[in-house]
Design a protein around this ligand. Structure first.
Ligand code: HEC
Length: 114
């Protein structure tokens, strides 16, 4: 991975954040959380997962996994090492891992039904 591509994905993440805020402001209180967050269940870390993980693919690919915290950690390391994701700094990394391990774990409490 080159420095340029690192910077480019950081810029993409930033643009995504910016566009999220612009897009959501007028519809506050109207849209259901489910639409705004692509079906990601509510809770701490929901927004971070949307921001970081929808840059390259649908968050559906995330929701369809049922992994332990350690497997999520390995998945994120794989995203960084082989898929070109920028490393996620703390405190976001812990927030994201906690969110994924709580809501998309081996028991699949929130497996998408459609
Ligand atoms: C820089 C782009 C990029 C970002 C950002 C990214 N991913 Fe991925 N992700 C990929 C690519 C590319 C694949 C497909 C890899 C493959 O199947 O070969 C993938 C596949 C996956 C898969 C499917 C694994 C499987 O077993 O099929 C999961 C789960 C996943 N990503 C989770 C995440 C999570 C969680 C985040 C946010 C923390 C994230 N990704 C952010 C590029 C990215």
């Amino acid at each position: 991975m080159t420095k340029t591509s690192l910077h480019r994905s950081a810029a993409t993440a930033f643009l995504l954040v910016a566009s999220l805020f612009t897009f959501n402001t007028p519809s506050l209180g109207q849209d259901s959380d489910e639409d705004e967050f692509e079906g990601l269940v509510a809770g701490p870390g929901q927004e971070e997962v949307l921001i970081y993980c929808s840059a390259c693919h649908s968050t559906r690919i995330v929701q369809q996994q049922g992994l332990s915290r350690n497997e999520w950690k390995e998945t994120l390391e794989w995203m960084v090492e082989d898929q070109g994701m920028s490393e996620i700094d703390e405190p976001d990394l812990t927030l994201i891992l906690d969110y994924l391990a709580k809501n998309y774990n081996v028991e699949r409490p929130n497996f998408p039904t459609n």
